[in-house]
Design a protein. Structure first.
Length: 324
């Protein structure tokens, strides 16, 4: 989450006339994240998240995002619910941007995940995959391998200025994924961004998953590999096999992986690390002037990518433990 577009009190008041949310009691920008402008909105009826969709998000994708949250919430999945306007719609316009309001989820992210957190995260991801199987809208993953060349071409000349050797690392990883990327595995709706800051816990239980604005249709196992990148490294960016085993075991407590999916996890892990390295590099080099946004350090994912490029057997062993 971030703030690129500033919303005045007058503009907010006019916008909220389309809703039955009561009087505004608080309104504050949220600086984390990089994709859209987000505000924490308090009213006499409750607490909500107001999102303004910036230019990086296509207006054509918004029915997918809003519809998916509606669909998952109706299936009992713990995610934000879009708030309807008086006319029944969930999408409006504010400050020249498409805008939506969603419910606020209680809970907190964990900074240091343990095996229980990872097991719950894996199980919840499998539940999301199951609940999304009958969602009728399709969205191609714009950040799948076919989308990486544009990010590479636009930023690779500056990569070594961010970290020595990053340019070669990107080229080598891209060459491997070009050859090894699977083509025929179970697919469906994936979150594609299930990092720790998008998962909340409350009283020892996983209370919710937020931020569905990278969600799309892709291989289910690729979503697991993204989560391995997100959950299975400690604060020193050292891989923790027991966390990986717990995450995959949690997933398989709800849905068993095929052997082909399990074999694909190492290349998917490399691809996920490369994807986030590329988008973070792009954001790091292209922060809009005046935006209230904290870009993520791309070197956190060059470190992960180096690990997966050189330690495939370690990941294979960690993911195979769940079979024992």
């Amino acid at each position: 989450m971030a703030v690129y577009t500033q919303v005045s009190p007058e503009a907010l008041e006019a916008h909220l006339k389309s809703y039955d949310l009561g009087d505004v009691t608080s309104f504050k920008g949220i600086a984390g994240g990089v994709e859209n402008s987000n505000y924490l909105l308090g009213t006499s009826h409750g607490t909500y998240i107001l999102t303004l969709y910036e230019a990086r998000v296509s207006a054509l994708d918004l029915p997918f995002f809003i519809g998916l949250m509606d669909h998952l919430a109706a299936a009992g999945f713990p995610c934000p619910t879009p708030i309807r306007m008086r006319n029944g719609g969930a999408l409006g316009e504010l400050c020249g941007r498409p805008a939506a309001i969603v419910s606020f989820l209680d809970g907190m992210e964990v900074e240091r995940a343990d095996v229980d957190h990872c097991h719950m995260a894996g199980a919840t991801m499998a539940k999301l995959h199951a609940a999304g199987q009958d969602f009728k809208i399709h969205r191609t993953n714009a950040l799948a391998p076919h989308g990486w060349p544009a990010l590479i071409d636009g930023n690779i000349d500056h990569a070594d200025g961010v970290e020595a050797g990053m340019q070669k690392l990107i080229k080598d990883a891209k060459a491997q994924t070009d050859v090894q990327w699977p083509t025929d595995l179970p697919a469906g709706v994936v979150h594609a961004d299930m990092f720790k800051d998008n998962v909340f816990f409350l009283d020892g239980h996983l209370s919710g998953v937020i931020d569905f604005y990278f969600a799309c249709n892709d291989f289910l196992a690729y979503d697991i590999a993204i989560a391995i990148n997100a959950w299975c490294f400690d604060e020193k960016l050292e891989f923790q096999p027991e966390l990986c085993s717990a995450l995959v075991a949690g997933y398989e407590s709800e849905r068993s992986l095929t052997e082909e999916e399990r074999k694909a996890l190492p290349i998917f892990a490399k691809g996920a690390a490369l994807r986030f390295l590329l988008t973070r590099l792009n954001d790091w080099l292209n922060v809009p002037k005046g935006a209230l946004v904290i870009p993520h350090d791309p070197t956190a994912f060059s470190t992960r990518l180096k690990f997966f490029m050189n330690n495939e057997a370690v990941l294979e062993q960690a993911t195979q433990r769940t079979l024992a």
